[in-house]
Design a binder for this molecule. Sequence first.
Ligand code: ZN
Length: 141
Amino acid sequence: MSERLHPAEWDRDTGPFFAAAREGRLVYRRCNACGRGNHVPMASCRYCGSTETEWRESEGTGTLYSWTTVMHGVHPAWPVPYTVVIVALDDAPDVRLTGSLPGAPELNAGQAMQVWFESIGEGRVLPNWRPAEAKQERGQS
Ligand SMILES: [Zn+2]
């Protein structure tokens, strides 16, 4: 059995992030006092402590901040190799989100990334990331 681990969608602070993903939207928590994005979302801003924060919709583009390729399997839901990526949002660079790519693709720090929404069963959806070039396939002719 290779069931994926599911996020805690019932959590007061993080639940809206996953609810938006089910609707194909990427959201992040923005602080109205200092203007920075916060992730993981929580009750107060991690930078200035203000509780004046709100959900903002992201354009869903980012840049590759870091990555690592996993070669040693630890769970049947994650066949190796796979590459874990950390992406900084273009519209909120303080917000860095994780994703994964199959295999060991050639990547470059700072390259453009595009969000996509991965169904993981039971109606659950996670934001995931891929190089932005992959999204342009439809437009090429
Ligand atoms: Zn703040």
